[in-house]
Write a protein that binds this ligand. Structure first.
Ligand code: M6R
Length: 614
């Protein structure tokens, strides 16, 4: 979703801002803009619909001088993608320019009030209302920018990260956050501002993550000052970020998504490093050990998440229930937060999120916390809002995920959930020792087996060409493979725009079978596990209706190869770890179909990487 970048220092701001916007492109956006206070003290705002490169084209002949500026990528909420609706927005006096990520929920009321005072609006956005409100408060009360921002934000209902530039004060940026992320980077005689650390890491590793209702006053040549909305001075914690620049580049791959698919063996290895010790037959997630009474004493676990993370949660339910015999419920965070769920201090809520910024998941956490539940986070993005809002948790350690379609984060989440279930099972002694040891050992072999799956890339690319004609796909799986079917279908929808649905294979008879004809591709996860025979019958039912079956099978399976139209042979593993293997060819299938169809794989239309509004 919207991306924010800011710079103040001794260098020219424009190239830093543009590079920063490019680093944030992965979040998803439809227009971009920049505001700079030029060397001759003009507040220049340039905006363009489309990509950051369109903005560069537009600004090419203009005055882009200045050592202070703010820039933005917009993901439309209020008003269509257009130059007028792109940020930064000027105040009517053109003394202020503001960028915003989030939603001002009471913008209509505020707009009416401002219109009655004579303010006019050039855009349909909620953001323009906020900049006009700040301007109005400044002018009518003769206040400085900080005081006006503080008063304005007390009137605003909603979620936001904002940054404001004032023409009359070229030595300062004022930035604030509530429920949307904002990071300040501290360099030598310079400061950076961004929605996450990716635009900052090539200049400095020192950052401050702003907390809710905090305002940063970023002044040239001064120390960073952080206050709350009522001007109480805060003591910001300066943290070190350890992001490797190579992780933010494509490294020779045509797309981030393919790079991230191929990184999975290393990512899973990193995720398990220091947590699994095969020689000592042990798995330890330190957060589980630290809070084992709380976790083992829970009446039930509730896992909240969205999208791909929700699919990982379904696998987590299966793992925890079968290893630990603790009941687990899985909820969409967006539903959970609004349905007044029965929840109390005997419950443990596990929140899963790659970005750590998903607004619905954050709100679900807040609700559960307010009812006394203990909250465990499983996140990728270090220092993001969800890890800071939970009691404890585990990072998945798979490195920055830039492709909008989540790949390595999913397998990282499943790996952490497997380790969490194993650690609890060991503490609870709920798994027979032999079985525990077998799973631990097999988990440690998953990276090698994933590498074998990646060798199928060319074959899957070839197969993909056959299916570009399709307007619909069905994905089927049972048990641990059902969430994989959902995930495979989601990947295809997201990046190829082909309609795809995942179903538990046995549900097909209860309706979706009506869709099957000679045109319909059906992807069936049919690896050798407990329900193999049942899935085989499901494949027969599809073939009896001329459906085109693409089956994921275990190496050496010569039964399904005689029935399915196409088989993808995968290394054998334990049923409970099968999702870590079967997900990978489905990611590749979706990727190659989208590439064949000429789609923008890394930045698919309408999608955002961090869904920071509900
Ligand atoms: O950052 P989160 O894991 O909380 O994000 C949740 C979903 O928005 C995300 O998984 C989304 O479904 C992905 N684009 C899937 O590829």
């Amino acid at each position: 979703m919207c991306g924010i970048v800011g710079y103040i220092g001794t260098k020219q701001a424009y190239p830093i801002l543009i590079k920063g916007l490019k680093r944030l492109e992965y979040r998803g956006y439809d227009s971009a803009g920049v505001a700079l206070i030029s060397n001759n003290r003009h507040l220049n705002v340039y905006k363009a619909k489309g990509k950051v490169s369109d903005l560069e084209g537009f600004a090419a002949e203009k005055d882009i001088s200045g050592t202070v500026g703010i820039a933005h990528t917009r993901w439309a909420t209020h008003g269509e993608p257009s130059r007028a609706n792109a940020h930064p927005h000027y105040s009517s006096s053109e003394n202020l320019a503001l960028i915003h990520n989030g939603i001002i929920e009471n913008y209509a009321t505020l707009k009416e009030k401002l219109q009655s005072k004579g303010y006019q609006f050039k855009s349909s956005t909620d953001t323009e209302v906020l900049v006009q409100l700040i301007d109005y408060i400044m002018v009518t009360n003769k206040l400085d920018l900080l005081s006006a921002v503080q008063l304005a934000l007390q009137e605003v209902i909603g979620a936001y990260a904002i940054a404001v530039l004032e023409k009359n004060n070229p030595d300062q940026i004022v930035a604030a956050r509530k429920s949307s992320p904002l990071v300040v980077g501290i360099g030598e005689d310079e400061f950076f501002l961004a929605s996450d650390a990716t635009p900052i890491v090539e200049y400095t590793d020192k950052v401050v993550y702003l907390d809710d209702e905090e305002i940063a006053i970023i002044c040239r040549g001064e120390e960073l000052k952080v206050v709350d909305f009522r001007n109480v001075e805060m003591n910001p914690e300066i943290r070190e970020v350890k992001l490797n620049l190579g992780q933010l580049e494509k490294g020779g791959f045509p797309h981030f998504m393919l790079k991230e698919i191929f990184e999975q063996p290393d990512c899973i290895y990193d995720c398990m490093r220091g947590r699994i010790n095969v020689d000592a037959d042990n798995v330890v997630l330190s957060a589980v050990i630290d809070y084992k009474e709380k976790l083992l004493g829970a009446r039930r676990f509730i896992i909240v998440a969205c999208g791909t993370s929700w699919h990982a949660a379904l696998i987590g339910k299966h793992l925890i229930e079968s290893f630990c015999r603790i009941p687990v419920e899985v909820e969409y965070a967006s539903e959970f937060r609004y349905r007044d769920p029965v929840i109390d201090e005997q419950d443990v809520v596990i929140a899963i999120s790659q970005s750590g910024e998903t607004a619905d998941t954050l709100a679900a956490i807040e609700l559960a916390r307010s009812r006394g539940a203990f909250i465990y986070g499983i996140c990728n993005s270090v220092g993001s809002s969800i890890p800071r809002a939970t009691h404890t948790g585990s990072y998945i350690h798979v490195g920055p995920e830039i492709g909008v379609a989540s790949t390595k984060a999913f397998t990282g989440q499943v790996t952490v959930l497997a380790m969490l279930a194993l650690t609890l099972a060991k503490e609870k002694q709920s798994l027979p020792r032999e079985e525990f040891l077998e799973i631990v050992k097999e988990l440690s072999h998953i990276p090698e087996k994933m590498k074998k799956v990646l060798e199928l890339n060319h074959r899957i690319a070839g197969l993909s060409q056959i299916f570009t004609y399709a307007h619909n796909f069905i994905y089927l799986g049972r048990g641990y493979s059902y969430p994989v079917a959902l995930e495979g279908a989601l990947k295809l929808k997201e990046i190829s725009y082909i309609h795809a649905e995942g179903y538990p294979a046995a549900e097909m008879k209860h309706g979706p079978i009506a869709l099957i004809d000679a045109e319909m591709p059906v992807v069936v996860i049919a690896t050798h596990n407990g329900l193999y025979e049942k899935v085989l019958s499901n494949i027969q039912e599809i073939k009896a209706r001329q459906g085109r079956v693409i089956a994921l099978v275990t190496e050496g399976d010569n039964v399904i190869s005689g029935i399915a139209d196409y088989c993808i042979e995968l290394p054998a593993t334990l049923e409970c770890l099968d999702p870590l293997i079967t997900t990978v060819p489905l990611q590749m299938l979706a990727y190659h179909i989208a590439v064949c169809k000429g789609k923008d794989v890394d930045q698919p239309r309408n999608l955002a990487k961090s869904v920071t509004v509900e």
